[in-house]
Design a protein around this ligand. Structure first.
Ligand code: ATP
Ligand code: MG
Length: 564
C-alpha cells in the first residue's frame, strides 16, 4: 500500500509514539481450506506493507485448527500464490497447529481462574439457551446459563484432561468460556473454546481429539508470535471483544485487532465458501480456472502481479465495506499489458482472402513493429502471400452504414502490407456461406509509409495462409451475469446467476508463425482482438492454447467520470 496517512498507519504511529510497542509485527493468517483470491491479496498487502513501512516483520501463519477442511495441498497452493505476488516471509512460516499444546495450557490457565467450564449440553440445546435476536422487537433476548456452568475448578480441570485423553465420545462435551449469557453480543455468551472431534489433522494426525475454536485460537496464536497489530477484514469486528477477553484472561502478549474493509468486486464472488462450491460442483475446471477471482485463476487468465498491486493500491484501505467495479481491475491490467506485451496478428474466425494479382507461390517478407509503446522491443518479419486469413467480421456482403472494412468495391489496408480492393467473393450455393473473398493489391502502397497518399478508412489484420500457426483460443466472459451475483431471488442461489456463455472455445484459429516459440505464461496483444496468454494446456493435435486475458476496450474512464 503506497499511501501513508491511512487509519491503520495513524493507529500504529500512535502506538509507537506512546511506547505501547517498540516494533511492529503483523501476520497474514490464511486457513488452508481453499486457494487465495484477490480479496486475500488485499489483506496480504495490508499485512506485509504495514510491517515494511514500520521496519517490522510479517509472519505467514496457517490458521489450521479445523481438521475437517484443511489440507497440505492448500498450504502449497497458498505459498505459491504469495510468492507469485512477490512477498517474502523467509523463515517466518508458522502453523496454529504447532501451538496446540500451548493453547491447551492456556485453556487450563483460564479454567484455573474460574473463567471456563466443561459443558455437557448437546449442541442444539446450547444454541437454544444462548438466546437469539428477536427480529420483531429489534433486540436480543438474554440467554440462559447452562446447568453445568457452576462446576468446580477441580471438576473442570479433571473433565478437560479426560476430554483430551479421549474419555468421551465426539460432541458430548465442550469447554466454554464463562463470560456473560446476557451480553448483547451473542459471541460473548459463553463461547465454545474446545470441542471433541475424532478427525485426523493433516499435520498432527491423530494426536488430538479435541480442537480449539477459531475465536480462542486466533488471538492466542497472535500473542504467541508477539503480533502487535492483528489486521483483518471487517466481519471480525464483532469478534474483537472476545479477542480482547482471551488475551486478557490468558495473560499473554497484548496483541490487538484492527479491522479494514473487505474487498468486494462486481461480477464475481470473493468468498472461499462459494468458490469451493464452484470448484467441487464443477461449474469451473478447477481452482485455477481463468474465470475465477483466485490468484491462480487470475494468473492463468494473464493477470500480472503488478496489475494486481496497482489495483489494491488504488482502492485504498477504507473502514466501510464497498463493492469495487471490476472495470477498475481491468483498467489496471490493460495499462500494464499495454506496456509489456508485444503485438502479433492472429485470426480467430478465419475467412480466406485471395489476392488475384499476386503471383502464385511468391512469398514476400514484410516488417512489423513489436511494440509501439516500447521501441527496444524491435521488429519482426512477416510473410505475405497470395492467400491470407482475415476475420470473417472484416468482410460484409451488404455493409451496414459506417462499415469501413471489406465489401465489394471497397479498399482497406492490410496491416503492415498493402492496400487491397475487394473484387468479389465465393459463396457455397447450398449453405449460402461465404467461403472466400477476392481482391487485388496495389504494389505502390507497401508498408503504409509516408509516400503512400492513398487514404483508406479501414485497416484490418491478417495471417499468411501459407505460414500460419494453428492455435486454439479460449475466450472468456464474466462467470456471473449480474453485477452482484449474491443478489438472488426467493428460492434461488448465486449458482442461478451463472453466465452459461462464460467460455467460448475456438478449436482452430491462425496466428503468426512466431507464436510457435511461445511458452506457457507468455503474453501478447493479438492486434484488434485483445491480450492473450499461452496456457499450459494443449489443444487437439498438440495445438498451443491461448487464453484471452481481456479485450482492448477500457471501460473504466467512462465509469470513473460518471461517478465523479
Ligand atoms: P472467506 O471468508 O472469503 O471464505 P476467509 O476470510 O475465510 O475467506 P481466511 O483464510 O480466513 O479466509 O482469510 C485470511 C485473511 O484474509 C483474513 O485476515 C481475512 O480477514 C482476509 N480476507 C479474506 N477475504 C477478504 C476480502 N474479501 N477482503 C479483504 N480481506 C479478506
Ligand atoms: Mg474467514
Amino acid at each position: 500500500m503506497e499511501e501513508t496517512n491511512d487509519f491503520i498507519s495513524t493507529f500504529i504511529k500512535e502506538d509507537l509514539s506512546k511506547g505501547r510497542f517498540d516494533t511492529v509485527r503483523t501476520r497474514f493468517p490464511p486457513e488452508p481450506n481453499g486457494w487465495l483470491h484477490i480479496g486475500h491479496c488485499k489483506a496480504l498487502m495490508v499485512d506485509f506493507s504495514m510491517a515494511q513501512r514500520f521496519n517490522g516483520m510479517c509472519n505467514l501463519r496457517f490458521d489450521d485448527t479445523n481438521p475437517a477442511k484443511e489440507d497440505s495441498a492448500y498450504v502449497e497452493a497458498i505459498k505459491r500464490d504469495i510468492q507469485w505476488l512477490g512477498f517474502e516471509w523467509a523463515d517466518r512460516e508458522f502453523y496454529a497447529s504447532d501451538y496446540y499444546e500451548y493453547l491447551y495450557n492456556l485453556a487450563i490457565v483460564i479454567i484455573k481462574k474460574g473463567k471456563a467450564y466443561v459443558d455437557d449440553l448437546p449442541e442444539e440445546e446450547m444454541s437454544r439457551l444462548r438466546g437469539t435476536s428477536d427480529p420483531d422487537k429489534h433486540e436480543t433476548l438474554p440467554g440462559q446459563n447452562s446447568p453445568f456452568r457452576d462446576r468446580s475448578i477441580e471438576e473442570n480441570l479433571d473433565l478437560f484432561a479426560k476430554m483430551r485423553a479421549g474419555a468421551f465420545p465426539d460432541g458430548t462435551k465442550t469447554l466454554r468460556a464463562k463470560i456473560n449469557m446476557a451480553d448483547p453480543n451473542l459471541l460473548m455468551r459463553d463461547p465454545v473454546m474446545y470441542r471433541i472431534r475424532r478427525e485426523a489433522h493433516y499435520r498432527t494426525g491423530d494426536t488430538w481429539c479435541i480442537y480449539p475454536m477459531y475465536d480462542f485460537a486466533h488471538p492466542l496464536s497472535d500473542a504467541k508470535e508477539k503480533i502487535t497489530h492483528s489486521l483483518c477484514s471487517l466481519e471480525y469486528e464483532i469478534h474483537r471483544p472476545l479477542y480482547d477477553w482471551f488475551i486478557r484472561e490468558a495473560e499473554v502478549f497484548p496483541s490487538q485487532q484492527i479491522e479494514f474493509a473487505r474487498l468486494n468486486i462486481t461480477q464475481t464472488v470473493l468468498s472461499k465458501r462459494y468458490l469451493l462450491r464452484l470448484v467441487t460442483e464443477k461449474y469451473v475446471s478447477g481452482w485455477d480456472d481463468p474465470r475465477l477471482p483466485t490468484l491462480s485463476g487470475l494468473r492463468r487468465r494473464g493477470y500480472t502481479p503488478e496489475s494486481i498491486h496497482d489495483f489494491i493500491n488504488r482502492i485504498g484501505l477504507a473502514k466501510v465495506d464497498s463493492t469495487v467495479d471490476i472495470a477498475l481491475l481491468e483498467h489496471c491490467l490493460l495499462q500494464d499489458l499495454n506496456k509489456r506485451c508485444n503485438r502479433v496478428m492472429a485470426v480467430i474466425r478465419p475467412l480466406k482472402l485471395i489476392i488475384e494479382n499476386w503471383i502464385p507461390e511468391t512469398v514476400e517478407t514484410l516488417t512489423a513493429i513489436n511494440n509501439p509503446e516500447d521501441e527496444s522491443a524491435g521488429t519482426r518479419p512477416l510473410s505475405f502471400s497470395r492467400e491470407l486469413w482475415i476475420e470473417r467480421d472484416d468482410f460484409a456482403e451488404n455493409p451496414p452504414p459506417k462499415y469501413f472494412r471489406l465489401f465489394p468495391g471497397n479498399s482497406v489496408r492490410l496491416r503492415y502490407a498493402y492496400i487491397v480492393t475487394c473484387t468479389g467473393f465465393d459463396k457455397d450455393p447450398s449453405t449460402g456461406e461465404i467461403t472466400a473473398v477476392r481482391c487485388t493489391y496495389d504494389p505502390a502502397t507497401k508498408g503504409g509509409n509516408a509516400a503512400d497518399n492513398r487514404k483508406v478508412k479501414g485497416t484490418i489484420h491478417w495471417v499468411s495462409a501459407t505460414s500460419a500457426l494453428k492455435i486454439e483460443t479460449r475466450l472468456y466472459d464474466y462467470l456471473f451475469k449480474m453485477e452482484k451475483p449474491m443478489d438472488v431471488g426467493e428460492g434461488k442461489t448465486f449458482l442461478d446467476n451463472i453466465n452459461p456463455n462464460s467460455l467460448e472455445v475456438i478449436p482452430e484459429a491462425y496466428a503468426e508463425i512466431c507464436l510457435a516459440a511461445a511458452v506457457p505464461g507468455d503474453r501478447y496483444q493479438f492486434e484488434r482482438l485483445g491480450y492473450f496468454i499461452r496456457d499450459p494446456d494443449t489443444g487437439s493435435d498438440g495445438k498451443p492454447v491461448f487464453n484471452r486475458t481481456i479485450g482492448l476496450r477500457d471501460t473504466w474512464a467512462k465509469i470513473d467520470k460518471a461517478q465523479k
